[in-house]
Write a protein that binds this ligand. Structure first.
Ligand code: BGC
Length: 724
């Protein structure tokens, strides 16, 4: 892209008000085509002749801005006229908002203070072959817009009655904005993907008027009403109601999550432009004529997420499990807004690396996330320290620390994307970063061939955590060393796919395994057993799995694992002969379990196993998100083991299909479908005439294993039976 546009900003600092830039231009000749290239320091919305340009929400998206700032290209041919007005409003977005790292991290602090600048180049080609560009420069004007305040955590104030005085607009000022880091749009656009109608409106014991959308979701509310100029609509957002049935916002921490709309005269509709909320309920704090005047049909929730394509589905005879599957999907939708975030509601919403690596296998089954992760992993590599360190969050607004199982996203995520889609490009792009990460561990440990020392999140939120702590009892050094081995192993595998020399890592790997076995001959927690067996680090993996089964049973057939152990827990059980026990954990409804939140009415995945306790109290107010996808990672076991659609390293991207279903009598039937790059894979089983009946569809050659017997089949639909 050949930029000759100049970065522009308003002549004076407009504070919280979003600036509106404007350019008027006539067009004399016949236009063949016109493309608008545009980006901003903040988030922008462009309008050409009163029509919104494109459908991208919160453009230009979120990247590691110092190194990579995306610009977008829109075909605007159809919007042009003889006389044209191009208007662009800029909100704070991630660039200039109050993300938690801003105060602490110097270079981000600089970004934060950057002007609400924009850069645009409208390239017009005429039928006669000539080209004309309308580019940002000091012939544009800037002034206040109707967006009086906008911030991602705090919400938005929009004054529809505000009419800027002509005189208040002044010439925009050119400044030295960034060019070197500009890149074309790389991920999917964030879009308005779904609408959810308000389900009920009610009054709480405190007398608050609350609208329930019936679904915890991420996005914003569109309002439609007839009002007088100056009337006010004010809405607060919440995920849950408290024990007494009142509106509960304490778990949003400092995020105000408010939306204020000042009406113009007459019928009108509005939805926020530059912010989003994680919510199921809204409280009507102000409404024309009072909250009691509000009607259900005045409110529609607009669900916003990256434009990723749905690829997988799960369904079975157990309704609670079906609700869990739905919750997992909603967890992904709610947290795949350009960056895989921990949660969408409180003052965080960051690209936590640990959460992403925990959930990525499930993410890549539910939706096609190759492009999404290609972009995010490019940010991870861009933000990686010169010493190979990987931040806790990407984009790295928090600074350059590294924690085991979080930083390991550098190795795990590229590998999982490769296995899911079969395209080695992601490995070539990330290989240097993967190696750097492993070398970082090698040079930052106190004991060679292990990773000891450092500050880690441990088995985050494990149920064996001592009271008052977020960290489960699993030893930090054991987790760190286990992931050191795992990441080294993945570098070797990736290197082999790419034909790279991996002798350094091949020499390292057996030494890590040896050191691990010497250092950790015994396992003390469920997660320790899980890691030792799953990563094949134990001298006797069967013994580690036996111990795990025993611990699970002794805990009352219950899990105690946190973020680190949970994703592999059921896999270890079913891999080592305890499939029955794995199902017991899956279908368990009593606390703690995946289905416990379902029994409490959850419509998304909770951060804590006990976000709402059995007596109705909350776990805490400071770390209690009700939309945290991490524990939704269990879906990958349902696709991969229960339905048996296996991710096969020998045939990445399901180029050849392996299906090995594991039915369980507690379910009458189960269906899984996965749209792969080679076509639809479907695995279904049900009880029929005192037998298990399997129906398996494959788009390519497949190996199907039923009750231990393997069958080679070609593309098509195949039926099998086995004893119940
Ligand atoms: C986030 C987590 C994250 C964790 C680090 C939390 O505040 O919400 O999901 O992984 O910090 O331990």
């Amino acid at each position: 892209m050949d930029w000759h546009a100049q970065w522009i900003q308003p002549a004076e600092n407009l504070g919280d008000v979003s600036p509106l830039f404007e350019k008027k231009f006539p067009l004399g000749k016949q236009v063949q085509s016109a493309t608008l290239y545009i980006t901003a320091l903040g988030v922008y919305e462009a309008e050409l002749n009163g029509q919104r340009v494109g459908t991208y929400v919160l453009a230009p998206g979120w990247t590691s801005y110092q190194k990579r700032l995306q610009y977008q290209a829109y075909d605007v041919t159809a919007l042009l006229q003889a006389e044209n007005t191009l208007r662009v409003t800029i909100g704070k977005g991630w660039y200039r908002g109050r993300l938690p790292g801003w105060e602490a991290n110097e270079c981000y602090n600089e970004l934060h203070k950057a002007p609400a600048g924009m850069l645009a180049q409208l390239e017009i080609r005429y039928r006669d072959g000539r080209r004309e560009d309308i580019a940002t420069d000091d012939t544009w004007t800037a002034g206040e817009s109707r967006v009086r305040f906008s911030e991602l955590y705090d919400g938005e104030t929009y004054d529809a009655s505000f009419v800027p005085e002509k005189a208040s607009r002044s010439a925009a000022v050119c400044f030295h904005g960034p060019y070197d880091c500009l890149i074309p749009q790389q991920g999917e656009e964030i879009r308005e993907k779904e609408q959810v109608r308000a389900a009920r409106i009610f009054t709480t014991p405190k007398g608050e008027t609350v609208v329930d959308f019936g679904q915890n979701l991420t996005g914003y509310v569109a309002i439609s009403l007839n009002a007088h100029k100056g009337d006010i609509v004010e809405l607060s957002h919440a995920e849950v109601m408290d024990r007494q049935g009142n509106f509960y916002t304490e778990n949003y921490r400092s995020a105000k999550a408010k939306y204020c709309y000042i009406c113009k005269e007459g019928p009108q509709t509005y939805q926020p432009k530059f912010t989003y909320f994680g919510f199921r309920y809204i409280r009507i704090d102000a409404f024309p004529g009072g909250a009691a005047n509000a009607k259900l049909e005045d409110f529609t929730a607009v669900v916003v997420y990256s434009d990723i394509r749905r690829t997988g589905s799960l369904c079975c005879s157990n309704q609670a499990l079906n609700q869990l599957f739905a919750n997992i999907l909603w967890g992904q939708k709610g947290n795949f807004l350009d960056v895989p975030t921990d949660c969408p509601q409180r003052d965080e919403r960051l690209g936590w690396t640990g959460d992403a690596q925990v959930f990525i296998r499930t993410a890549a089954l539910n939706f096609d996330v190759e492009k999404f992760f290609t972009k995010w992993l490019a940010d991870l590599a861009a933000d990686q320290g010169a010493d190979g360190s990987v931040g806790h969050v990407i984009p790295n607004v928090l600074g350059n620390e590294s924690s085991a199982a979080w930083g390991d996203a550098a190795a795990i995520c590229p590998w999982e994307i490769y296995l899911a889609y079969g395209n080695p490009d992601i490995l070539s792009r990330q290989f240097a970063s993967m190696k750097q990460w492993v070398r970082y561990i090698t040079t930052h440990t106190r004991k060679p061939y292990l990773w000891t020392g450092g500050t880690h999140f441990g088995d985050w939120l494990g149920l064996d955590a001592p009271s008052g702590s977020y960290k489960g009892l699993t030893r930090d050094d054991l987790i760190a060393s286990a992931f050191y081995a795992h990441s080294t192993d993945l570098v070797i595998r990736a290197g082999k796919v790419l034909g790279e020399d991996v002798s350094e890592f091949e020499a390292l790997y057996p030494r890590i395994v040896d050191a691990f076995q010497t250092m950790y001959p015994q396992y003390e927690t469920q997660t320790e057993c899980v890691l030792a067996a799953h990563f094949k680090l134990a001298k006797d993996c069967q013994k580690a799995a036996d111990q795990l089964a025993d611990m699970v049973q002794k805990a009352g057939t219950a899990l105690q694992t946190g973020f680190v152990g949970t994703p592999y827990l059921l896999h270890v059980l079913s891999d080592y002969g305890y499939c029955d026990l794995a199902y017991s954990l899956l279908v368990r409804e009593a606390y703690p379990s995946w289905l416990y939140p379902v029994t409490k009415g959850a419509t998304t995945i909770w951060e804590h196993w006990d976000g709402i306790k059995e007596n109705g109290d909350f776990w805490s107010k400071d770390m209690n998100s009700f939309n945290h996808y991490a524990y939704g990672a269990v879906a990958d076991w349902v696709y991969g083991v229960a339905a048996g659609i296996v991710r096969d390293e020998a045939h990445p991207g399901y180029a050849k299909v392996t299906v090995a279903p594991h039915p369980d009598k507690r379910l009458d039937w189960l269906k899984a479908a996965l749209e792969t790059r080679h076509g639809l894979v479907r695995s279904e089983w049900k009880k029929a005439d005192g037998m298990w009946r399997y129906e398996i569809e494959t788009p390519v050659d497949a190996t199907i294993t039923i009750s231990g017997t393997a069958y080679s089949v070609s593309r098509g639909i195949h039926t099998f039976y086995s004893a119940l």
